[in-house]
Design a protein around this ligand. Structure first.
Ligand code: GRF
Length: 220
């Protein structure tokens, strides 16, 4: 894989399509980073197989359901063993212990399938359809102890189309996730994106509001 200087750990729980997009961007040199480990809390995550196929190192962490504190020790051990200096949550379905999050402030990003602060939490596509929203999207944000509430860096905006199902809408949003997440990580690796005083900074300026990439014209 790529030999970029940032050492990136990616955390997954499932399919791992964002992990793949990030790993490929690292391999292509688009992100000046190296994926040092892909960590899953589930041994049956399909993303683990994809990661191994790419030649990436993988690890499975065992933690008790609904008890974030049990993640602290195994996760910290893996991060230290692999010398990871940044973390990308990519469909990682566990709540992280607050002390772990505090220690990694500014070095941990997440992608959430909604236009945050709207639709935090689960089942975002279904809730957006039920609310008859005209727009939806995804948000890449720094991770802070409050769930889905850290400073947002970049959002993708997509149209909700007449006749959309949860499947068609989530596919449209996911296609944009694979563009915006690697882009934000490339900025982090290049030093263009930084964390200071509890805010996201881009090119030396505090981000007063998220950057937005508009995909509404792309009707796929
Ligand atoms: C993505 O939709 C992401 O927004 C959310 O979880 C999903 C993960 O998908 N956090 P994948 O495992 O990357 O395919």
């Amino acid at each position: 894989m790529s030999t970029g200087s940032l050492r990136l750990a990616i955390l997954i729980s499932g399919r791992g399509s964002n992990m793949l997009a990030i790993a490929r961007a690292c391999a292509a040199g688009t992100i000046a980073a190296r994926v040092v480990v892909v960590i899953s809390d589930r041994g049956d995550a399909a993303g683990l197989t994809h990661a191994r196929e790419l030649g990436l190192e993988t690890a499975i962490i065992a933690a008790a359901p609904r008890d974030p504190t049990t993640l602290e020790r195994p996760l910290t051990g893996l991060i230290e063993d692999h010398g990871a200096d940044a973390l990308a949550l990519a469909g990682f379905m566990r709540i992280l212990p607050a002390p772990f999050v505090e220690r990694h402030l500014g070095r941990m990003l997440n992608i959430h399938p909604s236009l945050l602060p709207a639709y935090r939490g689960l089942n975002t596509h279904r809730r957006v359809l039920e609310a008859h929203e005209a727009e939806h999207g995804a948000s890449v944000h720094f991770v802070t102890p409050e769930l889905d509430a850290g400073p947002i860096v970049l959002q993708s905006r997509v149209a909700v189309l007449a006749g959309d199902s949860e499947a068609t809408l989530s596919a449209r949003v996911q296609a944009t996730e694979h563009i915006i997440y690697p882009r934000v990580l490339a900025w982090l690796a290049a030093g263009r994106l930084a964390w200071r005083d509890g805010s996201a900074w881009f090119d030396g300026r505090r981000l007063e509001r998220p950057m937005v990439e508009d995909f509404r014209a792309a009707r796929a």
